[in-house]
Write a protein that binds this ligand. Sequence first.
Ligand SMILES: [Zn+2]
Length: 173
Amino acid sequence: MTIRPILIHPDPRLKKVTAPVASIDDDLRRLADDMLETMYEAPGIGLAAPQVAVMRRVIVMDCQKDAEATPEPMVLINPEIIWSSEATSVYDEGCLSIPEQYAEVTRPAEVEVAWLGLDGKPQRARFDGLWATCVQHEIDHLDGKLFIDCLGPLKRQMITRKMQKLKREMARG
Ligand SMILES: [Zn+2]
């Protein structure tokens, strides 16, 4: 397993709609392993393939935040939201591609998602709580959407300027 570099906003690859996975092969299994490793190392609770510059519809998540509990890694291939609750919830979201910036985002409190597992079998589940927020945030990445796109233009520009500054600093080393 390899830790892959995470793209930092603004980056044109984070704004693109990604392509569905056509076949689950060794490359894809390696990508899923690397994404989980990269997410745990960050640390984060979710990661989408475009964040590691792979323009395919793959996300990984583990919202089990209790350090004592058994990890619950999930790999979702071609995930699709097939139902959303009318009830909403607000969560102070962050993103590994927008480090150290957080903002409240309102989303449906519960969603039902269909996807393919690594074994190629169709799966379906309902998510609530932090899992619901996370799965919606990650699926947005597959459509080139970031959580700051849910905010007003001023807040979004402020965060984007901070990220441009951070990237200049990183480039200087
Ligand atoms: Zn994110």
